[in-house]
Design a protein. Structure first.
Length: 345
C-alpha cells in the first residue's frame, strides 16, 4: 500500500475483506435485536405469554450481553480474537435457530440469554480485531466509522425486515439470522487471518512471560447482580414486599461481591480506579439512562401500536424506522461536528 493510500485511509484487498466480515457480524447483531422487537406481540399471542414474561424475551438477551461483555473482552485477549469471534459466532447461529423452534416461553428466554452471551464474546473480539489489525490513523478511523454505521444500519433494516417476516411467521425472525450467521462464519474462516498464539513472547496483552487469568468470579457476580436487580424490579408489583426486598438485597450483595473481587483480582475486569474520573462516570450514567429509556420505549410502543391501535407489524416497523435513521446518521455525522480543539494532541 502506498503512503498516499495510507494517509487517505484507503482499505483494499484482504484488509477490506476482514472489515466486511466484522461489519457483517455487527450488522447481524443489530438486525437480530430489531427484528425481535417488532415480533414481540406475535410471540406473545402464539406462546400465551404475560407482559411480564414477554419482557424477559428481550431482557434476557440484554442481560447476557451486558453481563458477560467485560469477560468477553478479556477472553479475546487471552484465547485469541479470531478463535473467540468464530467460535461464539457459531454459538450465536445455533441458539438463534433454537429460539425459532421454541414452543414455550422459558425455552425462548433461555435461547435469547445464550444468544446474548454469544454476542458478548463475539462483539469485543471483532472490535479488537479492528483496533489491533488496522494501522492507527485514518485507516483505523475509517474502519471504526464503517463498523459503527453498519451496526446502526442493521437495526434500521431489521425494523422493516422484521415486520415483513413476522407477517409470514414470527419464527422467521430467528431463522433469518441463522442464514446470515452461516454466511459470515464461512467468510470469517476464509478471510480473518490466524494470529500468533496469545501469551507467547511479544504477543497477547500480558507481554513475554506474563500469563493473565480470566476473572470468571467477576463475570459471574456482576451478571448475577444485574439479573437479580432487574428481576426484583420487574416482579415488584406481583410479589410481596419481603420477596422484592430480598431479591434486590441479594442483587446489591452480588454487586458488593463484584467490587470486592475486582479489588483483589490480579487481572480485574474493571479497574475500580477509573471511577475516580468524574467525566467517565457522568458519561456512563448518561449512557445507562439513555439505554434504559430507549429499550423500555421500544418495548412499550410496539405493544401499544399493535395491540391497542391495531397496527400491523409492517406499519409499526415504518413508524419506528425514524429511530434507526437517526442511529445511522449519528456515527457518521458526529465526527464532522466534533471541534478540532477537543481532539487530544
Amino acid at each position: 500500500m502506498t503512503s498516499r493510500q495510507t494517509a487517505s485511509g484507503a482499505l483494499r484487498g484482504r484488509e477490506g475483506g476482514v472489515l466486511l466480515v466484522l461489519c457483517g457480524a455487527i450488522f447481524l447483531e443489530g438486525i437480530d435485536v430489531a427484528m425481535l422487537n417488532v415480533a414481540l406481540p406475535s410471540i406473545r399471542a402464539d406462546l400465551g405469554l404475560s407482559t411480564g414474561s414477554l419482557q424477559w424475551v428481550m431482557s434476557a438477551y440484554v442481560l447476557g450481553y451486558g453481563g458477560f461483555m467485560l469477560l468477553g473482552g478479556r477472553a479475546a485477549d487471552l484465547f485469541g480474537r479470531r478463535r473467540m469471534f468464530v467460535g461464539w459466532l457459531a454459538v450465536f447461529l445455533l441458539f438463534s435457530g433454537l429460539g425459532g423452534f421454541a414452543t414455550e416461553g422459558w425455552t425462548l428466554i433461555v435461547a435469547r440469554f445464550v444468544t446474548g452471551v454469544a454476542a458478548a464474546f463475539m462483539t469485543p473480539a471483532g472490535l479488537s480485531i479492528i483496533t489491533t489489525g488496522f494501522e492507527e490513523g485514518p485507516r483505523r478511523d475509517k474502519a471504526l466509522l464503517f463498523y459503527a454505521g453498519t451496526s446502526a444500519a442493521g437495526f434500521s433494516i431489521g425494523l422493516v425486515v422484521g415486520g415483513l417476516l413476522t407477517a409470514v411467521d414470527w419464527r422467521w425472525v430467528f431463522f433469518a439470522p441463522v442464514v446470515l450467521s452461516a454466511l459470515i462464519l464461512v467468510a470469517a474462516l476464509a478471510l480473518v487471518p490466524k494470529p500468533p498464539r496469545p501469551g507467547r513472547a511479544g504477543t497477547g496483552t500480558g507481554g513475554a512471560g506474563v500469563r493473565q487469568s480470566v476473572d470468571l468470579a467477576g463475570g459471574v457476580t456482576v451478571t448475577a447482580a444485574v439479573v437479580l436487580l432487574v428481576l426484583g424490579v420487574e416482579r415488584a408489583t406481583h410479589s410481596s414486599l419481603a420477596w422484592t426486598a430480598g431479591t434486590i438485597g441479594a442483587g446489591l450483595a452480588f454487586l458488593a461481591a463484584f467490587a470486592a473481587v475486582e479489588r483483589r483480582s490480579a487481572s480485574p475486569l474493571v479497574r475500580l480506579g477509573i471511577f475516580r474520573s468524574g467525566a467517565l462516570v457522568r458519561a456512563n450514567l448518561s449512557g445507562l439512562l439513555f439505554s434504559a429509556g430507549f429499550f423500555g420505549f421500544q418495548f412499550l410502543v410496539v405493544l401499544y401500536l399493535q395491540e391497542l391501535r391495531d397496527w400491523s407489524t409492517l406499519q409499526t416497523s415504518f413508524a419506528m424506522i425514524v429511530i434507526g435513521i437517526d442511529a445511522v446518521l449519528s456515527p457518521l455525522l458526529t465526527p464532522g461536528w466534533w471541534p478540532a480543539s477537543a481532539t487530544p494532541g
